[in-house]
Design a protein around this ligand. Structure first.
Ligand code: 5GP
Length: 209
């Protein structure tokens, strides 16, 4: 069988708990690789360069774009965010399932480039809980929170373009459902084209013999 990893895109409203979900998935199961994005936003307290993000200046980021080093990139609330290409391709090649935690424009760009990617959308059970989680994080001022909530309302219009929706009511069970969806994607026909071609050729050769 073909041995490429599955590319899984995880989007969702800011404050929906994507980060916690992904950490739970990485801790609970092997064979996942989490892509670290580049961004021009400033680190939040506790974030480290190269771990949560590669924190870059505008000039550095634009140079990455020019050199074709990003698989996709987008602007989100006044900043650039993008996925470094090399890490993703290398891990898919090695058979690992690669997680991209990115917003909707990036998700749709990935689907164009990788039609077999699985697009997952994570949401909190309701809008009031989203606001509570965003405000409770205490790392952004009210103006930024308002901008992120407005962006969430815009992104809500795009949810139908995803393959699956995950309601993050309880982290452990939601992570398990997420794992199930990604594992199911391994069996997609499009992920086994070489196997299918070989089988078809062998069958034809047998009937001709
Ligand atoms: P935050 O500033 O809260 O870490 O991220 C803001 C938004 O940017 C989130 O929706 C996150 O998923 C998205 N994001 C993070 N990295 C990337 C990336 O590489 N590409 C794109 N398109 N979006 C990203």
């Amino acid at each position: 069988m073909d041995n490429q990893g599955v590319l899984a895109v995880v989007s969702g409203f800011s404050g929906a708990g994507k980060g916690t979900l992904i950490r739970t998935l990485l801790a609970g199961y092997q064979n996942y690789a989490l892509s670290v994005s580049a961004t021009t936003r400033s680190p939040r307290p506790g974030e480290a360069d190269g771990r949560e993000y590669f924190f870059r200046t505008n000039e550095e980021f634009e140079r990455m774009i020019e050199k074709g080093e990003l698989l996709e990139y987008a602007r989100y609330v006044d900043h650039y965010y993008g996925t470094p290409k090399e890490y993703v391709l290398r891990n898919l090649e090695a058979g690992r399932d690669v997680l991209l935690e990115i917003e909707i424009q990036g998700a749709l760009a990935i689907r164009e480039r990788f039609p077999e990617a699985v697009l997952l959308f994570v949401t909190a059970p309701d809008a009031a809980q989203l606001k509570k989680r965003l405000t409770g994080r205490g790392t952004e001022d009210m103006a930024v929170i308002e901008k992120r909530l407005r962006r969430a309302a815009e992104e809500a219009d795009g949810i139908e373009q995803y393959d699956y929706i995950l309601v993050n009511d309880e982290v452990e069970s939601c992570a398990m459902r997420m794992h199930g969806l990604i594992q199911a994607a391994h069996a997609r026909v499009g992920n086994h084209l070489e196997f299918i071609r070989n089988m078809r050729d062998d069958l034809k050769a047998q009937t001709q013999a």
